[in-house]
Design a protein. Structure first.
Length: 297
């Protein structure tokens, strides 16, 4: 009986192809939007995590600090647990690197003396968690008498991660609202189905059919709407990723990166389909429970 009701409810969907496809389209878009936003955020987090690992703290030493004092200070920083590496650059090395990166070679040749100080580049053992931790590293360095100025090179990335966290919360809110929309769409579809079969339901109740018996095929209808809508949402998301995969690869190649877009994956596809089926079933259950009680012979 259960298998018959499941197959029969699926067959009813094909008997009304236009209205069924419109309902499936609304469900697919409602599920694809939060799924697509989640995939986009996951890719951005993957990119930013790779940037964060390369973060360095740069300490510009005072011009009055001699080579021996600078070397001793660098050895002191190497011995601290919060730093994995410490690289000391002399003023001549700092000028040579600036010349190589800036392209101002001819202008630098006109200088009578080297204006750059010695620089100590420190790699944190663990990336700071949040802007406060990064600020604490910088403030600790600036308290040393050898340091004139210190900066954390990826402080902007910490702010970017905070923005991503806010965006993640927004995605969850949008997902909750769109799940509610799916509930309403399925519930309204089931309500119309009950109204169209009102005479049939009244006759079934006259011969002893219970609300539970009548509700069963309606629940399967909601289940199929949700499951098929979830599958359609998967196709929409994957098709969208396929459209932008080429430009993203070109952009990544311009920055010498091997980054590639990540899709939903097996887990994401399963979750989207199972979640759609459950939401469809729940919407049908709520609508059927309310409207079947109002149909009396």
């Amino acid at each position: 009986m259960i298998g018959y009701n499941a197959v029969a409810s699926l067959g009813r969907l094909w008997q009304r192809p236009i209205s069924g496809l419109m309902t499936l389209g609304v469900i697919a878009v409602s599920l694809a939007l939060p799924a697509g936003l989640y995939v986009a955020l996951s890719n951005l987090q993957a990119v930013s995590s790779g940037w964060h690992d390369a973060g360095e703290v740069t300490a510009f030493l005072k011009s009055s600090v001699d080579d021996g004092t600078a070397s001793a200070f660098a050895d002191t920083m190497r011995g601290r647990d919060e730093y994995a590496k410490a690289r000391l650059m002399s003023p001549d090395e700092a000028l040579a690197e600036f010349r190589r990166l800036s392209g101002y070679g001819e202008a630098l040749d006109a200088l009578e003396e080297n204006p750059l100080p010695a620089v100590l580049v420190l790699t944190p053992a663990r990336p700071p968690e949040g802007a406060d931790a990064a600020r604490a590293l910088v403030e600790d360095l600036q308290q040393h008498p050898e340091v004139d100025f210190a900066q954390y090179d990826v402080a902007w990335l910490i702010r970017f991660k905070a923005i991503l966290e806010v965006a993640t919360r927004v995605v969850w809110v949008v997902a909750a609202l769109l799940v509610l929309a799916v509930l309403l769409v399925v519930g309204n579809t089931i309500r119309l189905d009950i109204e169209n079969r009102r005479d049939e339901i009244e006759i079934a109740k006259l011969i002893g059919a219970t609300d539970r018996f009548i509700r069963r095929p309606l629940l399967y209808t909601g289940f199929w709407y949700g499951l098929l809508g979830g599958l359609a949402a998967v196709l929409v998301v994957e098709a969208s990723l396929a459209l932008i995969a080429g430009p993203v690869s070109t952009l990544a190649g311009a920055y010498q990166s091997a980054f590639t877009l990540r899709g939903l994956g097996v887990g994401g596809v399963s979750l989207l389909c199972a979640g759609g089926a459950f939401v469809g079933w729940a919407g049908a259950w709520l609508a059927a429970g309310r409207h079947l009680a109002a149909v009396q012979p």
